[in-house]
Design a binder for this molecule. Structure first.
Ligand SMILES: CCCCCC(=O)SCCNC(=O)CCNC(=O)[C@H](O)C(C)(C)COP(=O)(O)OP(=O)(O)OC[C@H]1O[C@@H](n2cnc3c(N)ncnc32)[C@H](O)[C@@H]1OP(=O)(O)O
Length: 425
C-alpha cells in the first residue's frame, strides 16, 4: 500500500482534477462519490443511458477499434500514482443514501460494497490506461477475478462515512491487478475495514478479444515492492490453477482425509461399503445447499451491455450468506472472499441459476461455494459463468459437513484449500 502521506498528496493533486472531473463531473468542493464513479465510467466508454439506445451506442464504440494499440510497446508506461483514486461513500452524512446499504439488522449490506469495489476497480483500470488525446476509451475493461478480499473488521456501520482508495499494482500484457482499501470514519479517525485485490482484463470495443494496456513502471522502492507482490500473486494464481482438483488428483494427505471421512461414515453393524451413517454433530453435504434464480433484466447491465459483475457478486454473496445462516442457525459474519472467477460474460435476458453449497466446516467457520450458470431453455444447455468462494464465521461451532460421493469429496477438499488460504494464513 502506498504511504498515507503520498496518498493524500495524490488525491489532492490529480484525482479530482483528472480522473473524475475531466469528463465534466464537477461537483466542486467535495470528494467524488460512487455516483461520480459510475457516471465517469459511462462517459469513458460512451455507454447508453437508455436500453433502447444500446445498439446505437455499441455501433459507435466499434468505430474506436482503430484506436487500439498494435503492441504494448506503443503505449506509454504509467506509474501507480497515475491510477490512484480516492472515493467516498457518505453513509454518515447522507441518510437517504443509507437506505440502499442498510440490512434489517442495522449493518451494511456487503453485497452493495462488492458492487462499489467492482465499479472502482474498473475506474482505476481506466485511469491507468487513460489517454488524454482520446475522448473515449477504445478498451472494454472487464472483471476477470476477485483474487481476495480480507476483512480487517467484521462490522460495517451504516451511519459512518466510508472511504475507498486504490490503484493499479501490477500489469501484464492485457491484464491489470488493482488493489483497494476500504476504511470507515469512527471516533474521529478512519480505521481499516477491508483490503481487496481484483484482476481486470482489457478487451476490444466489442469485448471480443484481448487488448493491450499501458505497461506499469514502478516509481521508487515502495512501488517496486508492490509490483513484486503483484508478480508473486500472478505466479500463485497460475500454480493454484495448475493444481486444481478439476485437473489433477488430490495430494496424498488429501486422499487420506477423504478416506478417513468415508471410514467415519461406515455403518459398523454391516460389512458394506454402501451403508453410510451420519456421525454425530454432522450434516450431509446434500443438506447444505441453497439455490436461486435470476432473470437478467436490462436494469442490471454494465456499461458494455452485459450483466454487471458487481450485481452477480451481490446475488451470489446474499445466497451464500443465507445458506451459511440456515446451516449454522445464526447470522454469520463474513471473514473472507477469495477467488471469484468470472469465466464468461452473462448476457442480458439470460436465466441465471445460482447454487450455493456448504463445502467445508471447521469449528465455527463455514466455507461456502456458489456456482452460477446460464441456462438456455431452447437448447437446454447449461454454461458456467462464475464460481464464488466465501468464508463465514458463526457465533458457535457448526455441524461438520460430510461428503458422500467422490464429487462431493472434491468439493470438500477444494473448500478446505480455500479455507486454509484465507483463514489459516
Ligand atoms: C461499472 C462497470 C463495470 C464493468 C465491469 C463488469 O461488470 S465486467 C462483467 C463481469 N465480468 C465478465 O463478464 C468477464 C467474463 N469473463 C470473460 O469474458 C473472460 O473469461 C475473460 C475476458 C476475463 C478472459 O478471457 P480469456 O481467458 O479468453 O482471455 P485471454 O486468454 O485472452 O487472457 C487475457 C488476459 O487475461 C488474463 N486472465 C484471464 N483469466 C484470468 C484469471 N482468471 N485470473 C487472472 N488473469 C486472467 C490472462 O492472463 C491474460 O493476461 P495477460 O495478457 O496480461 O497475460
Amino acid at each position: 500500500m502506498l504511504s498515507p502521506r503520498f496518498l493524500l498528496l495524490r488525491s489532492a493533486a490529480s484525482l479530482t482534477t483528472r480522473s473524475l472531473c475531466a469528463g465534466g463531473v464537477s461537483k466542486q468542493g467535495r470528494a467524488p462519490d460512487m455516483a461520480d464513479v459510475r457516471n465517469r465510467l459511462r462517459e469513458i466508454v460512451g455507454a447508453s443511458t437508455n436500453w433502447s439506445d444500446h445498439k446505437h451506442a455499441m455501433a459507435e464504440r466499434v468505430l474506436l477499434s482503430s484506436m487500439l494499440a498494435k503492441s504494448q510497446n506503443d503505449l506509454p508506461a504509467k506509474t501507480m500514482k497515475d491510477s490512484y483514486l480516492e472515493v467516498h461513500l457518505p453513509l454518515g452524512s447522507e441518510p437517504q443514501l443509507r437506505e440502499k446499504y442498510l440490512t434489517f439488522h442495522n449493518t451494511v449490506r456487503f453485497g452493495r460494497i462488492l458492487e462499489d469495489l467492482d465499479s472502482l476497480a474498473v475506474l482505476i483500470s481506466y485511469s491507468h490506461t487513460y489517454n488524454p488525446a482520446l475522448k473515449r476509451s477504445p478498451l472494454s475493461i472487464v472483471t476477470a477475478l476477485v483474487d481476495k478480499i480480507d476483512m480487517r473488521q467484521h462490522i460495517i456501520y451504516p451511519d459512518c462515512d466510508i472511504k475507498f482508495t486504490g490503484h493499479v499494482t501490477w500489469v501484464g500484457k492485457t491484464s491489470i491487478e488493482a488493489k483497494m482499501h476500504m476504511s470507515q470514519y469512527r471516533d474521529g479517525a478512519y480505521s481499516p475495514v477491508l483490503d481487496a485485490t481484483f484482476v481486470m482484463v482489457a478487451r476490444d470495443p466489442e469485448n471480443k478479444r484481448a487488448a493491450f494496456v499501458n505497461p506499469l513502471k514502478p516509481d521508487g522502492p515502495e512501488e517496486e515492492k508492490i509490483f513484486q507482490e503483484g508478480e508473486a500473486n500472478k505466479s500463485r494464481r497460475v500454480e493454484l490453477s495448475t493444481a486444481s482438483l478439476l485437473k489433477v488428483a488430490p495430494t496424498d494427505e488429501e486422499r487420506k482425509i477423504v478416506h478417513s471421512l468415508f471410514l467415519n461414515t461406515l455403518d459398523s453393524k454391516t460389512v458394506s461399503f454402501r451403508s453410510r451413517v451420519l456421525p454425530p454433530n454432522s450434516a450431509w453435504m446434500e443438506d447444505g445447499k441453497l439455490k436461486g434464480l435470476e432473470i437478467c433484466h436490462p436494469q442490471e447491465r454494465n456499461i458494455f451491455n452485459r450483466i454487471f459483475g458487481g450485481f452477480l457478486m451481490r446475488k451470489a454473496y446474499e445466497l451464500g450468506w443465507a445458506n451459511a445462516c440456515s446451516y449454522g442457525g445464526c447470522r454469520p459474519t463474513l471473514v473472507a472472499v477469495d477467488d471469484i472467477l468470472f469465466q464468461k460474460p452473462v448476457d442480458i435476458g439470460s436465466l441465471l441459476l445460482l447454487s450455493s453449497q456448504v463445502c467445508y466446516t471447521q469449528g465455527k467457520y463455514i466455507q461456502v461455494r456458489v456456482h452460477s450458470e446460464v441456462f438456455d431453455p431452447l437448447t437446454r444447455q447449461h454454461n458456467t459463468t462464475n464460481v464464488f468462494h466465501f468464508t463465514f464465521a458463526s457465533d458457535r461451532d457448526v455441524p461438520n459437513i460430510i461428503p458422500q460421493t467422490y464429487g462431493e469429496s472434491m468439493l470438500y477438499l477444494d473448500g478446505k484449500r480455500h479455507f486454509n488460504q484465507t483463514v489459516e494464513h
